[in-house]
Design a protein around this ligand. Structure first.
Ligand SMILES: O=C(O)[C@@H]1CCC=N1
Length: 336
């Protein structure tokens, strides 16, 4: 399971970050398949990762999850024009995926999972979703709806009521974009029906691009993970933009202001990580009484900085919850 056959559904930035981190840590390329609807993105992935199986077209997700029993089946799908595939891999058969990473936008997750319902039900891979907001119960409902209607790929099943315990286990992950430079922070939530091995698999896959992987024991806390680390890089970019602009206003050239700001951010983060002091103590240690930092911090506090940060993190957390309601109905779903 630790070098499982992986299917990335969606080949965007986060999928690439996870894939790139895995490959850099020695994960076999031959164990990975990526599906991607955009031709230009497929070509980019082909050229950046020679030999990677990149599938596109209406059958791509089905084939990536289900596998293809024979090379001739794969070739037939290619001949039909329904699957675009790395030419070097066109004659290969595919093993079914043991882990499916749902790396599509929340807005298209429902359609993708419903279409894959039968195959997921039949193959029982571990499903890891990195889509913001969409709850595990909603993902289970989409799988069940798809499996009940037998709408997946070329498989057909008799319409039937699918029980929750018959569905694959789902783990939600919220990585962040610093994963692109192997400095990610990821929150994970697993439903009670996941096994310790499945949790370990999720942890090691996301750990390939994350310096920090933290489990949360309530699903709603994944929204809070989104509020601090998922969206968080943008908060620090905003802070750095504002510091750079302030220095420019005071007469510094932009490049110098940018370099000093970035290194200060990086240095502060490294100090916070390596020091045994808590964050408040670290701040107080920089702040001489009546000195320059004191003047700046008093200005932040007077301007309501803490309340503003709290309101902003809460807004992201709330938006993650409301995304679920917008895209999946109530957002608070009962078990099937
Ligand atoms: O802004 C967003 O919706 C996503 C989720 C976390 C980071 N970006």
């Amino acid at each position: 399971m630790l070098q499982s056959r992986l299917a990335f559904i969606g080949g965007g930035n986060m999928a690439e970050a996870i894939l790139g981190g895995l490959l850099a840590s020695g994960y076999p390329l031959s164990q990975c398949v990526v599906t991607e609807p955009l031709q230009a993105r497929c070509e980019f992935l082909h050229s950046k990762y020679p030999g990677l199986q990149v599938l596109s077209g209406p059958q791509a997700n089905y084939l990536a999850v289900n596998g293809s029993e024979s090379a001739s089946h794969t070739a037939a799908l290619v001949d039909n024009g329904s699957v675009h595939i790395n030419p070097t891999a066109a004659s290969e058969s595919f093993s079914p995926a043991e882990v499916v990473i749902l790396a599509v936008k929340p807005q298209v997750l429902k359609g993708v999972v419903t279409d894959l319902g039968s195959t997921l039900h039949q193959r029982q891979p571990l499903v890891i979703s990195i889509a913001a907001g969409i709850e595990t119960s909603a993902i289970a409902r989409f799988m069940a709806e798809g499996a009940s209607s037998g709408s997946s790929g070329s498989e057909t099943t008799t319409p039937t009521q699918i029980q929750h315990e018959d569905l694959p286990a789902v783990i939600r992950a919220m990585p962040n974009t610093p994963a692109l430079v192997n400095e990610g922070a990821t929150g994970l939530y697993a439903t009670l029906d996941t096994t310790p091995t499945q949790r370990l698999v999720a942890e090691s896959l996301l750990g390939a691009v994350s310096k920090q992987v933290s489990w949360v024991d309530q699903e709603s806390l994944i929204d809070t993970v989104t509020g601090i680390s998922g969206s968080g890089p943008a908060y620090f970019f905003l802070m750095m933009e504002a510091m750079e602009d302030a220095a420019v206003k005071l007469g510094m050239d932009r490049e110098t202001a940018k370099e000093l700001t970035i290194q200060t951010c990086l240095g502060a983060a490294k100090m916070a990580q390596s020091s045994s002091d808590d964050l408040k103590t670290l701040r107080v240690k920089v702040t001489s009484p009546q000195g320059t930092t004191d003047a700046a911090i008093k200005t932040f506090e007077k301007g309501g900085f803490r309340d503003l940060v709290a309101a902003s993190v809460t807004a992201a957390d709330s938006r993650s919850k409301s995304l679920a309601t917008e895209l999946c109905g109530s957002g608070k779903e009962s078990k099937l």
